[in-house]
Write a protein that binds this ligand. Structure first.
Ligand code: S3P
Length: 169
């Protein structure tokens, strides 16, 4: 097996990017990084606060800068935010020296895994399922286009997903 320089996980909210990313990094002996968490640390505020004060545009600017910076980290597994694929200028940052993995997940699973989550501003409304459906329709083609590996995560434990991923690398 020849290991990729880095692994980048893309996919919707609730796909399991952070859980699977952390586990995969441990298996590979790589460093795990979560772009949302690093943005929060740098900013000294959580994502809902950034959306409130700077708007989604402000958050996206921070995200683009972060993805560019983190693309230079060798031996890393990066969990990205679900909207990281939306800006075309992010695509080279996501692809740089990376195997890009799309964690593909049904709307039902996304709804289940994000229920009662207060840290996702896009889902704080009356109908989070409708939002997830709309975002999926927009983003699924982009995730697919960027991905080197498409991995379905429904009805699989994170451990099984990690094993299947390592087998495909
Ligand atoms: C977003 C997903 C979130 C976070 C922000 C916006 C999105 O990350 O970046 O709330 O646009 O789908 P997760 O996919 O880790 O929840």
């Amino acid at each position: 097996m020849s290991l990729p320089k880095r692994v980048v996980l893309v996919g919707p909210m609730g796909a399991g990017k952070s859980t699977i990313g952390r586990m995969l990094a441990r298996e590979l002996g790589y460093r795990f990084m979560d772009s949302d968490r690093i943005i929060e640390e740098r900013c000294g505020a959580n994502i809902p606060w950034i959306f409130d004060v700077e708007g989604e545009d402000g958050f996206r600017q921070r995200e683009t800068a972060m993805l560019n910076e983190l693309a230079d980290e060798p031996e890393s597994v990066l969990a990205t935010g679900g909207g990281a694929v939306m800006r075309e200028e992010n695509h080279p940052h996501l692809k740089r020296d990376a195997v890009v993995v799309y964690l593909k997940t049904s709307i039902e699973q996304q709804v289940e895994r994000t229920r009662k989550d207060k840290n996702r501003p896009l889902l704080q409304n009356d109908n989070p399922e409708a939002v997830l459906r709309r975002l999926f329709a927009l983003r699924d083609p982009l995730y697919t286009q960027l991905a080197d590996i498409v991995m379905f995560t429904d009805r699989k434990s994170p451990r099984l997903v990690v094993r299947q991923l390592i087998n495909q690398m």
